[in-house]
Design a protein around this ligand. Sequence first.
Ligand SMILES: C[S@@+](CC[C@H](N)C(=O)[O-])C[C@H]1O[C@@H](n2cnc3c(N)ncnc32)[C@H](O)[C@@H]1O
Length: 210
Amino acid sequence: MNQVYILYICLCLLAITIVGIYFGFSAPVFIVLLILTIIFGLILFSSMLYSLIRIIKEQKMYVPYVPTRTSTVKAMIDLAKIQEGDNVYDLGCGDGRIVIEASKIKNTKCIGIEWRKDVYFMAKISNFLKKGNAVIKNGDMYKLDISDADVIFTYLLTNAMDRIEEKIINECKDGTVVVSHGFQFKTLDLIEEVHVDRTTIRKYKLNKKI
Ligand SMILES: C[S@@+](CC[C@H](N)C(=O)[O-])C[C@H]1O[C@@H](n2cnc3c(N)ncnc32)[C@H](O)[C@@H]1O
């Protein structure tokens, strides 16, 4: 069961128990409510602990959902110089704003992947409302096949950047363009750096010839 639902159940049970204290529920009802609250509380705690252990074990490196500002999205797309027919990816696409905008460029195939279900649904709805042509996937970006990528967008934290850089180098073809918001890549060739909206966006190219 989703952790959010368990949290709702716990809160409801807690509220009923508090109401019970105020209105003086009979002792057996009160005890049953209290036991149920404790059981669901324990389920919630263990499920959160399990998720945390899984994140650490699978080295998923937590990256929070922080959307890129609209003006920065435009600057990133301009910097990428997407061509007709390009395959474009946003790894950790959030609400899909970058791939949705990019999908308006003729004949592009734009794919965004987001592992948080709630954010993924936001991206799907946004793609529909903004009449985008992006393909929004729910899943782990480290497991996505990006070998046909021409342009890749990222807005991640340092640890995730290191892991995704390794994936790009191993899987992508020579000349793949990578545009990052915020943090830097260590080994990709830096082509251009632009300061916009008090943040920095960088364009890199994968050079496999060295
Ligand atoms: C800082 S946000 C950037 C969102 C979007 N790219 C943008 O610029 O507006 C990073 C996103 O990556 C997602 N994310 C982190 N790790 C991921 C993974 N392993 N697979 C898929 N998405 C991931 C997070 O849930 C979050 O929504």
